[in-house]
Design a protein around this ligand. Structure first.
Ligand code: ZN
Length: 44
C-alpha cells in the first residue's frame, strides 16, 4: 500500500513494496499498480 509521509509541510507518498517515494498520491497509486515489489529496473 501507499504510505503518506510528511516532510516540512509537504506530503510524500511512499510505495511500501519498493520504497520509491512519489510527490502525489495518484502517482504513488499508479506506480503501485505495476510495482513488482522489488527494486524496479527504472529506479536509480
Ligand atoms: Zn514500488
Amino acid at each position: 500500500m501507499v504510505a503518506a509521509t510528511q516532510v516540512e509541510q509537504t506530503t510524500w507518498y511512499r510505495c511500501e513494496k519498493c520504497g520509491l517515494v512519489l510527490a502525489t498520491k495518484l502517482d504513488a497509486e499508479q506506480h503501485e499498480e505495476w510495482c513488482a515489489g522489488d527494486l524496479p529496473s527504472y529506479c536509480w
